[in-house]
Design a protein around this ligand. Structure first.
Ligand code: DAT
Ligand code: MG
Length: 175
């Protein structure tokens, strides 16, 4: 399926460490097609104050489309884990970049490019293996199956935020 899609998040640690371009560059060079991208911060829940951004908002910000519920849905399978509160704090600690990449076998290829969940075990040459050292700051998220990708893209993007476009190099990429 040439139109397979996956969700990639460049997590807050990677934005802070100025690694966004490196991560995007890897998927671009591989040949995948970028079909959606945005920078947003998921507001954190503060006692008595509701959801607040880490930075004072001047205009009604787009990040308010998100809330912690987004992360609860995204990390549904981890909510009972002891590290879940720390994971939430990390994921709301700063802006992240959400992207949808499209292409042949993109879900599996992207997981291979991302590497082991535990950055300490991740192979050199993978994003985590090259750019990070610890499981709790592992730079990126990538969907783990085609079904998960469909659900996750729906969590992070509205339908009209995905751009359908014809890539000029497709006959050189796919033959
Ligand atoms: P992946 O991100 O490789 O799909 P996952 O879905 O099992 O891995 O877990 C999601 C994130 O949760 C992972 O990227 C980092 C965090 N995490 C997983 N296991 C952890 C652990 N043992 N300690 C701390 N954070 C962990
Ligand atoms: Mg996962």
């Amino acid at each position: 399926e040439l139109r397979e899609q996956t969700l990639v998040l460049v997590k807050p640690d990677a934005v802070q460490r100025r690694l966004v371009g490196d991560v995007i560059g890897r998927f671009e060079r591989r040949g995948f097609k970028l079909v959606a991208m945005k920078l947003l911060q998921v507001p954190e829940l503060q006692e008595g104050r509701g959801y607040v951004c880490g930075y004072p908002c001047i205009i009604a910000p787009r990040c308010h489309q998100a809330d912690r519920g987004l992360l609860d849905r995204h990390y549904q399978h981890l909510q009972q884990k002891p590290f879940y509160p720390a994971l939430l704090a990390y994921m709301t600690s700063g802006p992240l970049v959400a992207m949808v990449w499209e292409g042949y076998n993109v879900v599996r290829s992207t997981r291979a490019m991302v590497g082991d969940t535990d950055s300490a075990q991740a192979a050199a040459g993978t994003i985590r293996g090259d750019l990070s050292m610890h499981v709790s700051r592992n730079v990126v998220h990538a969907s783990d199956s085609v079904e998960t990708a469909l659900r996750e893209i729906g969590f992070w993007f509205q339908r009209d935020e995905l751009v359908a476009w014809e890539s000029g190099d497709s006959q050189y990429t796919y033959g």
